[in-house]
Design a protein around this ligand. Structure first.
Ligand code: AMP
Length: 951
């Protein structure tokens, strides 16, 4: 702005340097919304100091003042309007009020939700929000008829009386729902919300059909609970009563996403309302549910689970076509299913090549207490826009019954105003809605879906309701919530409230309402499906065929060999790099070494063998997905699957395995965010959805896996037996005692072995490059889908003895038990030492150095399912045994000793030659996994080797 422009501005604005505070207010408005001030002011403010290209709130006021001081000093001070004429005074007063009106509008956008009537029980005691009072802006009732400019208020008027403006603001922002979106920094998104909310004043009109449909879905929600309550009184069902609006909300989400062309919707939810969702949304046959209540349901396989943890799949018809619905199986640990659902969605999107997230949409249904309290919620949000884990946004629904089990005091339940505040960390928009106003519920649902589909980000609906029957139907909630339950006892149901409204507005007759209720009841009596849109003969192409993976034993035959020439050719392609890719010196050496390994000029190391496992699987048509901590490089720099261009920009990286062949399957490798719980849950969800993909999560150090202990306990080790869901997920957990202290020595092998039963998982400790190669290939090639827990090495990655040959890769197989490696006269062997992992090389070197030729060393490379037959075969030639020792690096109460010794003893008992006792050589029992002093470690290590080989 030129000086003369500035003079002009002064003279037309009735201002003086003495009115700096007014200009400050204008500036504050400008900061909140640049379009809310006049053009001249906007261009003036744009010239003020900026931080990172944005006006900075902390410099604003002083900068404004400073500019005015300068103007005054330069004698450019205009004549004060107030002293010129009375008309000028009125004008200044109006202009000031105009600014106040615009500030009030902004305040409603920011904080109107705090004055909304959200609680159906009207128990919330919310403080008056001063920012929303006209008086806070110096406005009074006397101003109500004055016409003001409305700035960007989107209700179609440029000017309106203050009374009209207030009316618009209250109905848009403070009626029966509240919208939080002003924390979003993207102006496009904020304006989108303003437009959508303000243009209908927060109250769209719905057709009579839509309103009847709403009531019909509420009738279904209430009808099912009433029916179950009468038929099975006192039986736990975690009914939806009090939150019935959940059913029309989900119905709308599915129908609306379908209209956008979505093909699949995956739902995760806890117990509350789950049976209702299964019957009234997914179309589970009520008869089946009744059978479960009556204990008639047969357990097909495994141990089964309670009815409110069961998943389900179906297809429904929408205006955009058929939509496949999948409800994920769920444990009692709240919130943990959310990242599982997201993982399943991403797998389906990858399968459908849906990189935009249009074709598959996740819905996560939460409880208010868990949403505010469980850390995995935050982890899952943090994942939502990352390359590895994004899906184009989850639609979150919170069934906010205002009580977490028995905790209803807000100061016990959380430290934030809303249970949803955690969602602001990713700037997700949040709608709070009163569950007793189904039309408000419908409106925010439509907005949420439209937002998700347009902006591809998470969105949250907080359905404020209550639970009519306490935590469950056997509970007596008035003991802990007397006031609330006295209120609930007198409170009509959502359906009753809405039916009354429709009758009053002549959208329906009383008879019509009654008929709706009876029709639903009759359908239940007949055991009919109660979802009208259910597709009776679903399009099977929306399902993955798991049949080829069912019914196999871990001993199933498989062949992991691979043609040597093709292997070398693939290695050649991997190690031929594009022009212009400049590698760091050490990385360049690794690639150079790999070229030599492919040519047979250098023995094969771990990094080469592992990479070739992926390359050969990709070549055979199996996609590979690896995520975890530092996986691109590998914590110990052995993998280097992502090559970083030293001359390039950030992100200028080349992934050889993704560039093997133009028609190859996906190879995805992602360094994860620093999370174990949500990330492992995500990968579990991914792996249980895609049997054909090798899905791997790698820990930086194996002990970090216990950050995901809930996932390991509740899903990975027990999911198949509880729910019949197969899972081929592989966990790579670096493990080994190298004197580095109590952290990072142990992947807690004992935990996995203790969880092993009924052939639920595989626990392997491969000790050579060829073993890891065949183990990874076996995981996909063998039709068995069982989680694989692999303890992987650290120092062994570069150990001179831990090597293999090209022929080992081309011709071998994974050996659950590895026999003695050195040539020995078996007749002279009177001692066998059995072990797993790195200690083998320590034993081998000591045995060789000390020429203890009476000792044979056998490696057990698969600890579960324990290969008893293979071990017996390997032991058979030793007829002169006097001693058999199990040697481990871990303390006695850890490692394999307690959980695996019975298998070894069983084999020894069958050893025909002689009764043999199994001895232990290892560290003493210990509270910590390893000691913290390198010298103590070395002493312990030497002793256990001595014990194993000589004692
Ligand atoms: P969904 O797409 O998850 O609804 O799955 C469709 C059908 O595939 C299910 O009804 C199951 O029969 C089968 N299925 C899905 N996932 C698995 C799994 N992990 N293990 C075994 N069968 C599965």
């Amino acid at each position: 702005m030129s000086d003369s422009d500035m003079q002009q501005l002064w003279s037309t604005s009735h201002l003086s340097g003495g009115n700096a505070s007014y200009v400050e207010e204008l500036y504050e408005l400008y900061l909140q919304d640049p379009n809310s001030v006049a053009d001249e002011w906007r261009s003036y403010f744009q010239k003020l100091p900026q931080v990172n290209g944005h006006a900075a709130t902390d410099v604003s006021h002083s900068a404004v003042r400073h500019q005015f001081q300068l103007l005054t000093q330069n004698n450019r001070r205009p004549v004060a309007a107030t002293s010129s004429s009375s008309a000028g005074a009125v004008s200044v007063d109006h202009e000031k009020k105009q600014v106040d009106v615009l500030r009030l509008i902004q305040a409603y956008r920011m904080r109107g939700h705090q004055a909304a009537r959200l609680d159906p029980l009207e128990l919330w005691q919310r403080e008056e929000i001063v920012d929303l009072q006209m008086s806070d802006y110096g406005l009074t009732d006397a101003d109500l008829n004055t016409v003001f400019r409305t700035g960007e208020l989107q209700d179609g008027k440029d000017e309106a009386t203050l009374a009209d403006v207030m009316e618009t603001l209250k109905s848009t922002y403070s009626a029966t729902f509240g919208a939080e979106y002003m924390h979003i920094v993207d102006s496009n998104q904020r304006r989108w919300f303003q437009q959508r909310l303000e243009s209908v004043r927060g109250k769209p009109t719905f057709s009579v059909d839509a309103r009847r449909h709403l009531l019909e879905r509420l009738t279904a929600a209430e009808g099912l609970e009433k029916y179950l309550g009468t038929k099975y009184p006192g039986t736990k069902r975690f009914g939806v009563e009090g939150g019935e609006s959940l059913i029309p909300m989900l119905d709308e989400i599915i129908q609306r996403t379908g209209s956008y062309g979505t093909n699949e919707v995956v739902i995760g939810m806890a117990h509350r309302g789950r049976l209702n969702v299964l019957v009234n949304i997914l179309g589970k046959n009520p008869r089946e549910l009744f059978d479960e209540f009556e204990g008639k349901k047969k357990v097909d396989l495994g141990s089964g689970d309670v009815k409110y943890h069961q998943g389900f799949s179906s297809n429904v018809m929408t205006s955009g076509g058929e939509v496949h619905l999948a409800m994920a199986f769920n444990p009692s640990h709240l919130e943990i299913v959310s990242p599982v659902v997201v993982g399943s969605v991403r797998a389906r999107q990858d399968r459908r090549k849906d990189s935009d997230g249009n074709k598959v949409v996740p819905i996560s249904i939460h409880g208010d207490a868990a949403f505010a309290g469980q850390g995995v919620v935050m982890e899952t949000f943090q994942m939502s826009q990352t390359r590895a884990y994004k899906t184009g946004g989850t639609i979150h629904v919170i069934v906010n019954n205002q009580v977490g089990f028995t905790t209803s005091r807000q100061d016990d339940a959380r430290s934030t105003e809303y249970c949803t505040d955690v969602a602001k960390m990713i700037q997700a928009p949040i709608f709070h809605v009163n569950g007793d106003d189904p039309e408000a519920v419908l409106f925010v649902t439509q907005l949420a879906v439209d937002y998700r589909m347009q902006f591809k980000r998470d969105v949250v609906i907080d359905l404020v309701c209550y639970r009519r029957r306490g935590h469950n139907e056997a509970d007596e909630p008035s003991g802990t919530q007397p006031h609330m339950y006295a209120k609930i006892a007198k409170h009509p149901t959502t359906r009753e409230i809405y039916a009354e409204r429709l009758i009053a507005e002549q959208a329906l007759t009383e008879e019509g309402v009654q008929e709706m209720f009876e029709d639903y009841r009759t359908a239940l009596d007949n055991g009919d499906h109660v979802v009208k849109s259910l597709v009776k003969e679903p399009d099977v192409s929306s399902f993955v065929d798991w049949a080829p993976y069912l019914g196999h034993k871990w001993t199933a035959r498989h062949d992991t060999r691979f043609d040597l020439k093709t292997l070398q050719e693939l290695a050649g392609r991997l190690n031929t790099l594009p022009d212009g890719l400049v590698l760091q010196r050490q990385v360049s050496k690794i690639v150079e070494d790999r070229r030599k390994m492919a040519a047979g000029a250098l023995a094969i190391n771990w990094g080469f063998a592992e990479t070739m496992a992926y390359a050969t699987l990709l070549h055979e048509g199996h996609p590979v997905r690896i995520s975890g901590q530092d996986v691109g490089r590998g914590t110990f720099s052995h993998r280097h699957a992502v090559l970083h261009n030293q001359k390039g920009d950030l992100g200028d990286a080349y992934v050889p395995l993704a560039n093997l062949d133009a028609n190859q399957p996906r190879f995805d490798i992602y360094d994860s965010l620093l999370s174990e719980e949500a990330v492992v849950a995500f990968e579990y969800g991914y792996a249980t959805t895609t049997p054909n993909v090798l899905v791997i999560w790698e820990a930086q150090f194996g002990d970090f896996a216990n950050g995901a202990q809930v996932v390991i306990d509740q899903f990975i080790t027990s999911g198949e037996h509880k729910w019949g869901r197969l899972c081929g997920l592989t966990l790579l957990l670096p493990h080994g005692y190298e004197g580095q202290g109590p952290e990072h020595s142990s992947a807690r092998l004992e935990r996995f072995l203790q969880l092993s039963a009924e052939h639920n998982i595989q626990v392997c400790v491969p000790s050579t490059p060829a073993q890891v190669y065949h183990m990874l290939r076996r995981q996909v090639i063998r039709p068995l889908r069982k989680p694989l827990i692999a303890l992987t090495p650290k120092s062994l990655l570069r150990h001179k003895l831990a090597i293999s040959s090209l022929e080992d890769l081309a011709d071998g197989s994974f050996q659950p038990v590895m026999p003695e490696y050195d040539e020995q006269d078996v007749k002279k062997v009177d001692r066998v030492v059995m072990c797993s992992g790195k200690v083998y090389y320590d034993l081998l070197e000591k045995r060789r150095n000390e020429e203890l030729n009476n000792v044979a060393i056998i490696r057990i490379e698969q600890l579960y399912p324990f290969p008893e037959e293979d071990l017996a075969e390997v032991l058979a030639p030793y007829k002169n045994l006097k001693k058999v020792v199990w040697c481990q690096e871990e303390p006695m109460n850890q490692g394999a000793w307690y959980c695996s010794q019975h298998h070894m003893r069983r084999v020894l008992a069958d050893h025909k030659v002689k009764e043999l006792y199994l001895d232990y050589a290892g560290r003493e029992a210990s509270a910590a996994p390893a000691c913290g002093h390198p010298s103590m470690h070395a002493e312990q290590q030497e002793k256990l080797l001595e014990d194993a080989l000589k004692a």
